[in-house]
Ligand binder design. Structure first.
Ligand code: NDP
Ligand code: OXD
Length: 311
């Protein structure tokens, strides 16, 4: 029976819940949490949302770094030991919650709840006609595990869905694009744009003035990727200019979003506190346990990150 030594570090995930979930798979595991690890040489696997302040260099026999997130940018990949493979999280509970969030935010704009919320505060009974889903075009940035699932789910709801990725994709029922000209083509027709890209050198600040200029006038933005995809001031200017109608922002450059940030009080912006995708330890520990077994057996990890590509 495997007896891995698992090191856990996260400021947003419960170490106790993860311990309970992992001990179902490894009843005799050793489990260390937090900044100080008493027996660093015996650590086999680091399961982390963020790196501890000291990094992972003390763990001389580390066999794998497993991210508690689908994204890995928060791990500061430049500080990771280069010879140790890194895997990201892919999990049904995470995918399902991301899909639910995307659907909720899309339907809110499609059925104009964002306008009715404002009218309610103003005690204003103004009829705004409904349109049907096929008349609303949704463009999804990123067609990986999450973006692909979101695009398919929205297409199943009847929306006119397109998607953009680095390599050309072929997904039934979705118009797919890649490259800068593909992006421009997609943005020109999208009523709602959903960002679910990973944060890399190529995608940092992608949601900027130049991007908003290419959007259909009055488009709504849903940012479920990372805060650093968005240039905050450019969004505010695009909303002021009427180019972007409204935005739903689940992620921020600084989290928690500071109290004085202009997004909080903006009538066209809805902020949610990085809750779009939530993985439960019970569900996510299945894939994590498989990767721990692979690491201990010296096998390649599933969902291994290409660190030079950034995702
Ligand atoms: P994947 O790696 O499965 O997919 C990434 C997608 O983005 C791929 O389709 C990829 O293209 C595309 N892409 C990457 N770089 C570029 C680029 N330069 N230009 C165009 N397309 C690009 O990631 P996931 O779907 O699992 O996760 C995506 C992101 O979602 C995470 O990195 C994280 O930032 C965010 N996230 C947010 C959460 C939240 O709660 N708000 C929760 C979970 C994740 P290709 O297919 O060609 O490689
Ligand atoms: C993730 C996240 O990347 O929760 O999984 O943001």
């Amino acid at each position: 029976m495997m007896k891995p030594h698992i090191y856990f570090n996260s400021n947003i995930d419960s170490p106790e819940e993860w311990k309970a979930a992992l001990s179902q798979h490894f009843p005799n595991m050793q489990y260390s949490v937090g900044e100080i690890c008493d027996d660093p040489d015996s650590v086999d696997v680091a399961l982390v949302w963020k790196l501890p302040n000291r990094g992972l260099a003390d763990f001389k026999n580390l066999k794998a770094v497993l991210s508690l997130g689908a994204g890995i940018n928060q791990l500061d990949p430049a500080r990771l030991p280069r010879h140790v493979p890194l895997a990201r999280l892919v999990d049904d509970s995470l995918t399902q919650t991301m899909v639910e969030y995307a659907k909720a935010a899309t339907f809110r704009y499609h059925r104009k709840f964002h306008l009715f919320e404002r009218q309610t505060r103003e005690a204003r009974w103004t009829f705004v006609p409904a349109t049907i889903a096929r008349d609303t075009s949704v463009g999804v940035l990123g067609l990986g595990e999450l973006g692909g699932a979101i695009a398919k789910a929205l297409a199943t709801e009847g929306f006119n869905v397109s998607g953009w990725s680095r390599s050309q994709k072929d997904i039934e029922g979705i118009a797919t694009y890649c490259g800068q000209s593909g992006l421009a083509e997609m943005l020109a027709v999208s009523d709602i744009v959903i960002n679910v890209l990973p944060l890399t050198d190529d995608t940092r600040s992608i949601l900027n003035e130049e991007f908003f200029v290419q959007c259909k006038r009055g488009a709504c933005l849903i940012n479920m990727g990372r805060g650093h995809h968005l240039v905050d001031a450019d969004l505010l200017a695009a909303i002021d200019a009427g180019q972007i109608q409204a935005a739903t922002l689940d992620v921020a450059t600084v989290e928690p979003l500071p109290p004085a940030h202009p997004f909080w009080m903006h009538p066209a912006i809805l902020v949610t506190p990085h809750v779009a995708g939530i993985s439960t330890p019970e569900s996510a520990s299945v894939a994590v346990a498989q990767n721990i077994r692979r690491a201990l057996n010296g096998e390649p990890l599933a969902q291994q990150v290409n660190v030079s590509r950034g995702y």
